[in-house]
Design a protein around this ligand. Sequence first.
Ligand SMILES: O=P(O)(O)OC[C@H]1O[C@H](O)[C@H](O)[C@@H](O)[C@@H]1O
Length: 464
Amino acid sequence: MLILKVHNLELRYWRQLYMFLLCSLASTPAMFNSTLTEDEDVFCPVDGSIMITASHLPYNRNGLKFFTNAGGLGKADIKDILERAAIIYDNFSDDALKETELAASAAVRKADYMNIYTANLVEAVRRAAGNIEKPLEGFHIVVDAGNGAGGFFMGKVLEPLGAVTSGSQFLEPDGLFPNHIPNPEDKAAMRAITQAVLENKADLGIIFDTDVDRSAAVDSSGREFNRNRLIALMSAIVLEEHPGTTIVTDSVTSDGLTAFIENKLGGKHHRFKRGYKNVIDEAIRLNFVGEESHLAIETSGHGALKENHWLDDGAYLMVKVLNKLASARVSGSGCGSKVLTDMVDGLEEAEVAVELRLKIDQNHADLKGGSFRGYGEAVLKHLENRVASDSKLKKAPVNYEGVRVSGHGGWFLLRLSLHDPVLPLNIEAPSLEEAVKLGLAVSAAVKEFAALDTSALDKFVRGL
Ligand SMILES: O=P(O)(O)OC[C@H]1O[C@H](O)[C@H](O)[C@@H](O)[C@@H]1O
């Protein structure tokens, strides 16, 4: 929530030249946006911004996200910043530190950057609808902010556009998240917004994670635009604007989604790795090497568009959805969320879709003092060898992480978690029986790895 204005980072100058903008409650995408937006009144664009948030994680796991106009900083840059900061800090005497703290507090200005950011979102919807002041008039749209930072979307985006928003819920920020975990990947969260849509007979429901870089929606019949269905909807919207373009997604997307993007929409599906930054960076790389891509999106609800500076912004994804609603009504091609539901017609969805997370016990003797990553890779190698000798299973010919296999009418992917000592296993199949067969194949391959906690998989294959 801090924005830095630093014109010259040389130590001998910085005391006179820096300025901080305190933005108070804000969303993560808005903080990145502040490095791009030109607005002299609030000293923007700023040189860098920092968001303090637990993101979609529990309240006790707050952290800092850093941005420049080139995007969010990755691990290597953050490590470098922290190491340099530690050196500077160590070289301060106690007096110099106090003096610097005073100078820093004197350099703080307050700015309501969310007003500027949301005005741009409102403008985008108005423009898409042909410069109508209230293009959402007559639509009833409910928002669930899960007591995170996303409550602004109701009062500062939907209402100025004319939508009725009664029945919106959990808009007041509360870091203990008393109602549900603010994360579209959370089943209770999706149940909550679905219930709000149905109870209020709303046209559409919108849900955000804590810091609004993830989102999902629900149509008037209570069907979710989440995970593969959200990607299908966004792909349909983007492919209307950019025929034939490549859609980059994370690794746990379904085979049905590939068929939908490629056969129904005429686009190309590039299933890459898990992790929103991986997906975004891959889309940027593809454009660089001459393959056009306009959308990078994860099943988690993170999505970024080329037209929006590759910023992963849950609110902007929903703006694209609102654009579609508003422009379809103006052009007379449809009214209400049926327009959206029709756009994903033909998407094949698996009857069973589960994610089971198998933990690696880092203290187990079976690791022989090695890292959990090394252990996890050994599990994956072993599984790969087993799959090769099973005629009912086929390893995916192109795959960028873990072991992805099709068989029994479905598929599974076992991979290493990006952050945790965990091997997440995704299984999708047309029936529980077939999903269990896939689960049993994994179970047989990993059973000799004593440090792997397979209890979630054991329960699943026993039908519990
Ligand atoms: O690898 P996992 O443990 O499933 O976590 C993967 C997820 O990590 C973070 O939450 C990122 O924000 C997501 O972009 C990513 O998908």
